[in-house]
Design a protein around this ligand. Structure first.
Ligand code: GLV
Ligand code: GLV
Length: 324
C-alpha cells in the first residue's frame, strides 16, 4: 500500500515533522519559508491524506476539491481557524483541528508584554533613545501610566483571556471586568472578576481593554468608531486576537484625535499590511503576529498538529477536532 501523504504548507519546527515521518507517512514540507502561493497549494494537496496548514493559508472549497476524496484532515497550526471554511470541510467529510492550550501562556505573556510596554512607553522610549533625542533625565519626560490596580476589561474570556485576567489580578492587583457570550461564575469566584452583559460596558469602564475573541461574522469590527467613543480618554486597547475584530481606520482616528490614549496590536486587518495612518503614530505598538512565537510553544504546536494528523489517519477522532 502506498504511504499516506501529509502536506505541510510551510516549514515548521522539526518535532512534529519527525513524529509524522516516524509514523510511516510520506511528509512533504514546502521548500519555501514564505506563505505558499495559491497555485502551489492547489497542486501540492492533490491526492493528499492530510494537510498541515498555517493561518495565512485560505483553506476553502477549491482546496478541498483539489485535494480529492482521500483527504481526512486539515490540521491548522494555530488556535484560530478563521482561515478554514468549516462548512466546506464538513461537506467533504474532512476533520479540522487547531492547536489550543499549548499556546495559551505564551499569548497571555505577549499580551502582558504589550500592556506594560504601551503603558510605560517602552517602544517609543527605545525609538527616542536610538534617535539621539535623550539629552538627560527629565521629570516630565515620556510620562506613561501605571498598570497596577487599574481596571482591565477582557473581551472574550476563553483560555487566553482568562490567563491574561489571572496575571492582571495576581501580578498587578488589577480589577477585572469581562464580557463573554458565556458567563463563568467559577472564574469570577477564584479571580474576583466581574461579568458585564454587554461588550460596551467593558469598553466603557476599562483602563486597559484586551481583546480575546475569535474572528466570526459577529465579532468583525466589534470595536468600531462608536465603541471608541464610549471608551475612557485615557484607555489603552490591546489586540492579540484577530485584526478584523478592530476597525483599524477607526482606531487610527481614535489615536490621532485623543479619543483613547494608546493601543498595542499583534494582529492587523489585512496582514501583512498595516493601516498607513498607524505607522506614523507614536502611541501605538505594532508587533508582527508573534504572540505565540516562542521556541517552546512553536515546537509544541507542531507536535499537537502531528498528534491530530496521526489520530485522523489511523481512523480515530483527533483530540483537537473543531466541532461545528
Ligand atoms: C495565532 O494567531 C493563532 O491563532 O494561533
Ligand atoms: C483561545 O483559545 C482562547 O480561548 O482565548
Amino acid at each position: 500500500m502506498d504511504k499516506q501523504k501529509v502536506i505541510i504548507t510551510r516549514p515548521i519546527p522539526e518535532a512534529g515533522i519527525k513524529m509524522l515521518r516516524e509514523n510511516g507517512f510520506e511528509v512533504i514540507v514546502s521548500k519555501h519559508d514564505r506563505p505558499i502561493e495559491r497555485e502551489e497549494l492547489l497542486s501540492a494537496v492533490k491526492g493528499s491524506n492530510a494537510i498541515l496548514s498555517i493561518l495565512t493559508d485560505k483553506i476553502d472549497e477549491e482546496v478541498f476539491s483539489a485535494a480529492g476524496p482521500n483527504l481526512k484532515i486539515v490540521a491548522n497550526y494555530a488556535v484560530g481557524y478563521d482561515n478554514i471554511d468549516l462548512s466546506a470541510a464538513k461537506k467533504h467529510n474532512v476533520a479540522v483541528t487547531n492547536t489550543p492550550d499549548v499556546l495559551t501562556e505564551t499569548v497571555a505573556e505577549h499580551t502582558f508584554a504589550l500592556i506594560l510596554a504601551i503603558a510605560h512607553r517602552v517602544a517609543e522610549g527605545d525609538r527616542f533613545t536610538r534617535a539621539g533625542k535623550y539629552h538627560g533625565w527629565g521629570p516630565m519626560m515620556l510620562l506613561g501610566n501605571d498598570v497596577s490596580r487599574k481596571t482591565l476589561g477582557v473581551v472574550g474570556l476563553g483560555r487566553i483571556g482568562s490567563r491574561v485576567a489571572y496575571h492582571a489580578v495576581n501580578g498587578f492587583g488589577m480589577k477585572v471586568l469581562y464580557y463573554d457570550i458565556k458567563r463563568n461564575e467559577a472564574f469570577e469566584k477564584e479571580s474576583g472578576a466581574a461579568f458585564r452583559e454587554k461588550a460596551e460596558d467593558v469598553l466603557k469602564e476599562g483602563d486597559f481593554i484586551s481583546i480575546h475573541v475569535p474572528l466570526l461574522e459577529t465579532t468583525r469590527h466589534l470595536v468600531n468608531k462608536d465603541k471608541f467613543k464610549l471608551m475612557k480618554k485615557g484607555a489603552y486597547l490591546i489586540n492579540t486576537s484577530r485584526g478584523p475584530v478592530v476597525d483599524e481606520a477607526a482606531l487610527a482616528w481614535a489615536l490621532k484625535n485623543g479619543i483613547i490614549r494608546g493601543a498595542a496590536l499583534d494582529v492587523f486587518e489585512e496582514e501583512p499590511k498595516v493601516h498607513p495612518d498607524l505607522v506614523g503614530l507614536e502611541n501605538v505598538i505594532l508587533t508582527p503576529h508573534i504572540a505565540s512565537a516562542t521556541e517552546e510553544t512553536r515546537g509544541k504546536m507542531s507536535e499537537v498538529a502531528a498528534v491530530n494528523i496521526i489520530a485522523a489517519l489511523e481512523g480515530k477522532i483527533p483530540p483537537n477536532r473543531i466541532s461545528i
